[in-house]
Design a protein. Structure first.
Length: 68
């Protein structure tokens, strides 16, 4: 389960990188799309850190249960 969550985290980073590239590629031609890509890229970075924090809490909880 934990390995699955790590792949999801990496997926968010990949999506963020792709959207950042699209932002810069469309900046001069389609400014409205660029802003949209930028917003989604920022959301993907936020989700990466959110999921990472959630995974660490889950790991800590599982370790505490194993110790008892």
């Amino acid at each position: 389960m934990i390995k699955y969550l790590r792949f999801i985290e990496i997926g968010y980073l990949v999506v963020s990188i792709v959207l950042a590239y699209e932002t810069f590629a469309n900046w001069t031609t389609h400014r409205e799309k660029a802003y949209l890509y930028l917003a989604f890229s920022a959301a993907a970075v936020f989700m990466y850190f959110f999921k990472k924090r959630f995974r660490k809490k889950t790991e800590a909880r599982n370790n505490r249960q194993k110790d008892q």
